[in-house]
Design a protein around this ligand. Structure first.
Ligand SMILES: Nc1ncnc2c1ncn2[C@@H]1O[C@H](COP(=O)(O)OP(=O)(O)OP(=O)(O)O)[C@@H](O)[C@H]1O
Ligand SMILES: [Mg+2]
Length: 266
């Protein structure tokens, strides 16, 4: 009953039904269902090759699904590029960041999307406005950098991740997908990125966090879903599960099988 009340009248912000993805002879995803609510932080877990990144690349417009449909804000959508998804407010932060090291922080945030005007088909970049807006946005997210004129390559891993998140949220994102955002970070930087995620959640942004780190999942997520061999395997609010159970899901074990499996993990 409690669970029902909590679900409330709100529909899902993003939903995917029966998503199948073939890469040649490989079935990377097999009739996967997915949903995300407003302001929800969803952890997505699964072993290497389970299909996590593929599913997220479909939701963010990089890949088209072979079968299945995506519903955003109650309407069926078909994204044919990340630009389409971006227009709808869905952003993905890739694991390899894709910041341009030899460009400044503000250029990275607005890369190719700078505020400015268009004249005779050419866009006129307003550098001053870009810098001010970038600084304001970083301030809003409580991201500290010396100056927005600093080159991205001078930043620590955590700062780079923060700038990548700033880039993803610079244009009223409604869904932010993060693929292993803390995998390459030192411990003290991990906390900052996770707190950034909490801040976005407080602004009503729906967040999908792919992570192999149980500490991250249990610190920041509201719900966790597991994929196994390209299929839905488990899905539960965080308070109804625990680390050992989730580790079991990653290995494809549930219930009775788990006692055995846990002897094999720390
Ligand atoms: N572009 C591609 N071309 C061919 N096969 C692919 C492609 N992308 C993914 N695959 C295959 O699809 C399956 C799912 O891969 P995916 O990258 O989604 O896994 P993952 O869950 O993100 O794994 P990891 O935890 O290692 O990042 C794998 O078998 C992978 O080899
Ligand atoms: Mg992946």
């Amino acid at each position: 009953m409690e669970r029902h009340a909590e679900k409330g009248p709100e529909s899902d912000l993003l939903e995917a039904r029966n998503i199948t993805k073939y890469f040649g002879a490989i079935t990377a995803l097999d009739r996967v269902n997915f949903h995300l609510r407003r302001g929800e932080v969803l952890g997505v877990v699964g072993d290497n090759g389970a299909g996590k990144s593929t599913l997220m690349k479909i939701l963010s417009g990089l890949y088209a699904p072979s079968e299945g449909e995506i519903i955003f804000d109650g309407k069926p959508v078909r994204f044919s590029s990340p630009r389409d998804a971006h227009k709808a407010g869905i952003e993905m932060v890739y694991q390899d960041l894709a910041l341009a090291g030899n460009m400044t922080i503000y250029e990275n945030i607005y890369l190719g999307r700078e505020p400015g005007s268009r004249m005779l088909g050419l866009s006129i970049v307003d550098q001053k406005l870009s810098r001010t807006k970038a600084q304001e946005h970083l301030d809003r997210l409580k991201i500290n950098v010396k100056s927005v004129d600093q080159n991205a390559e001078e930043l620590s891993g955590g700062q780079q991740q923060a700038v990548a998140i700033a880039r993803a949220t610079a244009f009223d994102a409604r869904v932010v997908i993060m693929d292993e955002p803390t995998a390459a970070l030192a411990i003290k930087e991990v906390g900052k990125v996770l707190d950034l995620i909490k801040g976005l959640k407080d602004h009503g942004v729906g967040i999908i966090l792919i992570s192999h780190r149980m500490d991250d999942v249990f610190y920041v997520c509201d719900r966790v879903m597991a994929l196994f061999h390209g299929r839905n395997f488990a899905d539960a609010p965080l308070r109804n599960t625990n680390r050992n159970e989730v580790i079991g899901w990653i290995m494809g074990t549930k219930g009775h099988d788990q006692a055995v499996a846990h002897d094999q993990v720390r």
